[in-house]
Design a protein around this ligand. Structure first.
Ligand code: COA
Length: 151
């Protein structure tokens, strides 16, 4: 069983900026280049509405930052610290985001760069549809139809 804990934090929380500082410095910085491409996402975490954080004891090791739009829940940035990858944390962070979208009766969307193999696989595994495939693919999941574990 995993020892990790997860917490959902609103941008209105008094600890939001402090958590953003830590995630930006310790997690985003490790993920600025992927397969030779650049994920130039430092700093955007501060503009999200909701953060889902994975903690190893007291330290954040991964986050999913979400923007709530009128039409959908948009995954702004998701990142896992290198030493914690491939343990199911990214999947758990996305399943929690999908639950939020379901509660709000909204679709959930994300953009993923073509060179970002891990992220493309993650969204495909979670049965997102690539509605605008290309160099920056738009993935959409209509949560009404989402059934965990099924494509
Ligand atoms: C994408 C990312 C969040 C996945 O996190 P993770 O915790 O490693 O993901 P999981 O362990 O839950 O893996 C889920 C699925 O993703 C896919 N995946 C993850 N890492 C992969 C890799 N290196 N290569 C290919 N597929 C990969 C697999 O389909 C995997 O399922 P499987 O283990 O059953 O094969 C992580 O690789 C990351 O932080 N990447 C850098 C930041 C980023 O690209 N963010 C997205 C753009 S905002």
């Amino acid at each position: 069983m995993s020892n990790y804990t997860y917490m959902t934090i609103s941008s209105k929380s008094p600890i939001f900026n402090k958590i953003c500082d830590y995630c930006d410095k310790e997690i985003v910085q490790e993920n600025l280049t992927i397969n030779g491409g650049t994920l130039n996402y430092s700093g955007i975490i501060y503009d999200s509405d909701i953060l889902i954080i994975c903690f190893d004891k007291t330290l954040p090791v991964a986050f999913n930052s979400i923007v709530e739009l009128d039409t959908c829940i948009y995954i702004y940035q998701i990142a896992v610290k290198n030493n914690y990858k491939r343990q199911g944390i990214g999947t758990e962070l996305m399943q929690r985001a999908i639950s939020i979208a379901k509660t709000k009766k909204k679709a959930i969307t994300a953009h993923v760069r073509d060179y970002n193999e891990a992220s493309n696989h993650l969204f495909q595994k979670l049965a997102f549809n690539a509605v605008e495939p290309g160099s920056n693919t738009l993935y959409v999941l209509e949560t009404k139809k989402y059934k965990p574990g099924k494509k």
